[in-house]
Design a protein around this ligand. Structure first.
Ligand SMILES: Cc1cc2nc3c(=O)[nH]c(=O)nc-3n(C[C@H](O)[C@H](O)[C@H](O)COP(=O)(O)OP(=O)(O)OC[C@H]3O[C@@H](n4cnc5c(N)ncnc54)[C@H](O)[C@@H]3O)c2cc1C
Length: 111
């Protein structure tokens, strides 16, 4: 089975591996990041469950749209809620141009 650049099992948008008879979902695969347009490992239960449903849909010829993931996690510590989504600074730095563009867009939108 083909392994992707992130070390996860490579799958297509229907979660089919390089072996036509084998699907893979969850922590073992690399998925598609809708923000960076690059492969991404996202070991979370929510995406794993959606991927499993999408793979089952494909097996039964039920159409589905795979838009990729952006990643979201939350944590509650006593009364404090914290959440993170999207790309972190390390991943964004190589994408300075896009980030600048995005920030400019936000400024125009918020002005
Ligand atoms: C401490 C912890 C907290 C987490 N908290 C969250 C959270 O709050 N929210 C969230 O979205 N995600 C959370 N996750 C991540 C989430 O648990 C995983 O992303 C999700 O369970 C992945 O599902 P999976 O089916 O890919 O793998 P798993 O749930 O790990 O299932 C893989 C199964 O395969 C079995 N297995 C392994 N090897 C073999 C083998 N050789 N033969 C047969 N069976 C085998 C394992 O025993 C296991 O049952 C957490 C993970 C951890 C470790």
């Amino acid at each position: 089975m083909e392994i992707g650049e992130t070390g996860g099992i490579k799958v297509d948008h229907n979660y089919k591996t390089s072996d036509d008879d084998i699907y893979a979902v969850g922590d073992a695969i690399e998925t598609y990041c809708a923000l960076s347009c690059k492969p991404l490992r996202l070991p979370l239960a929510g995406p794993a469950q959606r991927q499993a449903r999408a793979a089952a849909d494909h097996i039964y010829n039920i159409p589905h749209i795979n838009k990729g993931v952006i990643g979201l996690s939350t944590v509650k510590v006593f009364n404090l809620n914290a959440a993170a989504t999207g790309l972190n600074e390390k991943k964004l730095k190589p994408m300075v141009f896009l980030t600048t563009l995005f920030i400019s867009f936000l400024r125009i939108k918020l002005a």
